[in-house]
Design a protein around this ligand. Structure first.
Ligand SMILES: [Zn+2]
Length: 79
């Protein structure tokens, strides 16, 4: 069982044997599904090509993200 992650938006879904049929976020009319179709990954596969990034942006501001950028480039800012 894996927690599948949408390659386009980065949303992670509940643990399952098979990837979800659709990404509910990307199927919403304000988002999109790539012309190549819905694609999924897992933490295990993502770990082979990407890594977590913790940066001290300036005094009192730390960013936490993923490199190279994944999904829509989400990151957290810790103030
Ligand atoms: Zn998605």
């Amino acid at each position: 069982m894996s927690n599948f992650i949408c390659m386009t938006c980065g949303t992670q879904y509940a643990e399952s044997q098979q990837p979800p049929a659709i990404c509910e976020i990307c199927e919403e009319e304000r988002q999109y599904v790539k012309a190549t179709g819905q694609q999924w990954t897992t933490h295990e596969r993502l770990r082979l090509t990407n890594r977590n990034s913790i940066r001290f942006e300036e005094p009192g501001l730390i960013s936490i993200g993923v490199e190279p950028q994944f999904g829509i480039g989400q990151r957290a800012l810790f103030v």
